[in-house]
Ligand binder design. Structure first.
Ligand code: GLU
Length: 512
């Protein structure tokens, strides 16, 4: 396929609304989106809902909401419209029959009247002989279809409304040569393929027919989709050729693998190992079962998307943390790998941490404020911003900020026992008394100045720096954690600092 600049790049994501969107699906959409952004093309969302048995209420809304959260935008689609609509296949229902008819006319398809029961029986019969029944070039001559039955009879059956399907007439033995942008040349002999149903007895096209017809009508230039669709590629190519249409370029993306690299990443792996496989939380409308999502687990959408992008693609250099814009700039299908991409939940966390650190304190504060409010704390957001700036390095998620910063908002309500045992020494009481005296007269109470004063005092008295600082931290924080101690006391202020020392002296007392 010629990828020159003046060729219009049109790509699509075409989910079936059969449940929540797997993170692998989000990655497929993302790669389509990145290619469109990079090449100034169009990205289309088409809902493939021709299989009415598998329709799940709420799934389409879930898909749209997921992309909104991820920041993946469509140029055309069910929710934004566009010149090639409608974009929901059930609304294009009337359109497909003529294409099936066209294939019958050109001899590439035929009517089949075999009932489900008849085919079932055949299947069983074959099984009893340890064989597998396939509707194909070999068997179709003995079955109930328009290749066998006389034209008149077919006409009568059609007129009397006898149920039928339309099947593709797969050539008996023909080499199909195909190009996949990721896998290179793929060759399949049609001997291995069956006569797939294109049009069903309920008046709906199957996925194969609707998908190919719509990709053609919507002028899709690149079909980029998951590896699980690779087996459908020969049929799709055969359909394009039967219609006499130009084929789009194909790219089949590698699978997402379990953390141990063995097999496809499934919802069950997530439940078992404790990570989400869906972008958003999902409640099954039938069972009421709720499944966790990245959003609800506290992931930033940017981190989630960034992590996904690198599962199967790399920019060719060491960069890992990308905003959407630079990711699009760096993206190319040539750098998508052939082999499955192992999902690593720790790496997902790592990405979230990177964004935590990158994010403006202001934005993090907005997300953190509700947590504080829930705890009944009325705090000034300027203050929270400073706190967040000091502790964000120590958290992977906004919901972890409280554990890293509670002592900025409330005095310790106890002292870590192990730390007391180890760090509250016989000298500590008197030293902290002295320190209190020193801090009462330390002005201004800035981090820099208090640090200078305290260190000077420690040196003069020849106290152990570690011993003093640990005891001091214990009184202020209640444990041996947290950022630079002088930053903490500067923020909580002189009065609060003195009060905490006072309380601590009272609570811990003199150690014998
Ligand atoms: N409707 C198919 C799906 O659910 C689309 C596959 C394709 O992209 O061709 O994944």
């Amino acid at each position: 396929m010629n990828m020159s600049m003046n060729q219009d790049i049109r790509v699509r994501f075409a989910p079936s609304p059969t449940g929540p969107l797997h993170m692998g699906g989000v990655r497929t959409a993302l790669y389509n989106y990145l290619l469109a952004r990079k090449k100034g093309g169009k990205f289309i969302l088409r809902i493939e809902d021709t299989d009415q048995n598998r329709f799940v209420p709420g799934a389409e809304e879930y898909i749209l909401e997921s992309f909104r959260w991820c920041g993946i935008e469509f140029d055309e689609g069910v929710h934004v419209g566009g010149p090639f609509g409608p974009y929901r296949q059930s609304e294009r229902k009337e359109l497909y029959k003529q294409y099936a008819d066209q294939l019958i006319q050109s001899g590439h398809a035929y009517y089949a009247f075999d009932t489900a029961d008849e085919l079932d029986e055949l299947r069983k019969h074959y099984e009893s002989e340890k064989k597998t029944f396939t509707y194909n070039a070999e068997s179709r001559g003995q079955l109930k279809n328009s290749l066998v039955i006389s034209e008149d009879e077919v006409k009568t059956w059609l007129d009397t409304g006898k149920p039928y399907v339309i099947r593709f007439k797969m050539p008996a033995s023909e080499e199909v040569n195909m190009q996949d942008l990721i896998r290179g040349e793929v060759v399949v002999n049609t001997r291995a393929l069956d006569d797939k149903i294109l049009f069903k007895s309920d008046g709906m096209p199957t996925y194969h027919l609707a998908n190919v017809v719509d990709d053609h009508l919507m002028e899709i230039s690149h079909v980029i989709r998951g590896e699980e669709w690779l087996p459908s590629m020969p049929l799709h190519i055969m359909l394009y050729r039967a219609f006499g249409w130009n084929e789009p370029a194909f790219a089949h993306l590698p699978l997402l693998l379990k953390p141990d690299g063995k097999g496809k990443l499934s919802k069950r792996d997530g439940d078992r190992l404790g990570f989400p496989v869906f972008p958003l939380e999902w409640t099954d409308p039938q069972t009421g079962e709720t499944t966790r999502g990245y959003r609800e687990d506290g992931y930033f959408p940017e981190a989630f998307v960034n992590m996904l992008a690198l599962l199967g693609w790399n920019p060719g250099d060491e960069r890992e943390v990308f905003e959407m814009e630079s990711m699009a700039e760096a993206f190319s299908l040539e750098r998508v790998g052939k082999s499955g991409a192992r999902f690593d939940p720790d790496k997902a966390r790592w990405f979230n941490h990177q964004y935590m650190v990158l994010k403006a304190n202001e934005e993090l504060t907005r997300a953190f404020m509700p947590v504080l409010q829930q705890k009944g704390l009325m705090v000034d957001s300027e203050y929270v911003q400073q706190v967040v700036g000091l502790v964000k390095e120590r958290a992977d998620f906004v919901h972890e900020l409280w554990d890293q910063s509670s002592f900025f908002f409330v005095a310790p309500d106890g002292y870590d026992e192990k730390a007391v045992k180890k760090r509250w020494k016989p000298d500590s009481y008197d030293q902290m008394m002295e320190l209190k005296e020193l801090l009462v007269k330390t002005e201004p109470f800035t981090a820099g100045h208090t640090e200078e004063m305290v260190k000077q005092w420690i040196e003069e008295k020849e106290y152990g720096m570690g011993a003093v600082m640990n005891a001091f931290r214990l009184l202020i924080v209640g444990a041996l954690q947290g950022p630079h101690l002088f930053d903490i006391i500067a923020l909580i202020g002189q009065e609060e600092t003195l009060m905490r020392i006072q309380t601590g002296l009272h609570e811990l007392g003199r150690k014998e």
